[in-house]
Design a protein around this ligand. Sequence first.
Ligand code: HEC
Ligand code: HEC
Length: 282
Amino acid sequence: MKQILRSIALSSCVLSISLLSLQSCKKEDKPQSTEQKVDSLMHQGGAQAGDTSKAAASSAMTLNDKAKKGQMLFYNASLGKIKASCAMCHSDGTERTKDGRIRSGHTLVGVSSRTETWNGMFKGDKLKSTAYGASFCVAGFQERPTGLSADEAESLNEYYAAIASNPGAMTNNLSIKWVTKPVFSDDEDLDAKAVTPAVKAIMKLPGDPGKGQAVFQGTCITCHEIEKKKIGPSMKDAAQDMNYVAQSIRCGSKAMPFFAKDILSDQQIADAIAYIQSSLNK
Ligand code: HEC
Ligand code: HEC
């Protein structure tokens, strides 16, 4: 896995094709590009309350065929083993994704004006070939080891262009306030020197379960429930050790995305933990 991710970082297509499969650079089938298809993808992909609005945000945008294909990729929760779509973690600035949820990833509105992404991991001609670093998400968070095909990356780039003037654009290079680079596999370790103080800073704060319920409903509920397995494990199974919960939220854990400090504050995480704890003790 380590190797695969590295090869994606180096060259999205050529290396992964030789390492993995002949499919990764193959031309895709002809795009099916209708609003309906996007709606049904959103449905399969675990559309959330606010997402089901019939508002056809995309009708305000002009989408060529390529961009429509990119839009479908954006809402597709079946790209890899983990059934999370880009839309669950990123906004595209449409009514569909402006639903009051707090997403782990930043908005993709304006992303094509950035000159580097993922803290400099992707720049120069790697930007276009990886759809500005989306390949890394596909391989790591969605668990599709081949990342994006060249055609898919192009389609996403075209979608980024189509959404570029949607509200909420972020056009500066992000310096992701991650605590440490996330690890996507069992044979890598998070940098304990960075993780320990980050966890302590959260755990020393008294949490408010009431406020934490709102945080949980705005973020975690996309993928987790307290009692039942969803895209991720139930909190009953995953939240044995609250230090580990804090660590997983702040630093990620394989397919579990990290939440940077500008997205969830230490206090919000402490509140979410207080809520999880009180729900488990009921
Ligand atoms: C499970 C959550 C998750 C999924 C699914 C996901 N991403 Fe990400 N993505 C993140 C996180 C977390 C980051 C790092 C923080 C940031 O840059 O926003 C990130 C970073 C990115 C970046 C780089 C942004 C930057 O400035 O560094 C792009 C582009 C991106 N994702 C696109 C995509 C696309 C397109 C998809 C779907 C094909 C996708 N992501 C799927 C969570 C996710
Ligand atoms: C977009 C989906 C997504 C969101 C949002 C999300 N998680 Fe997760 N989470 C996952 C997945 C998938 C896993 C399983 C990770 C793995 O084992 O690869 C996971 C795992 C975990 C784990 C166990 C970590 C481990 O290593 O086994 C904890 C604890 C956790 N999540 C807590 C939370 C909390 C609390 C929130 C809200 C702040 C949250 N998650 C938000 C997808 C998500």
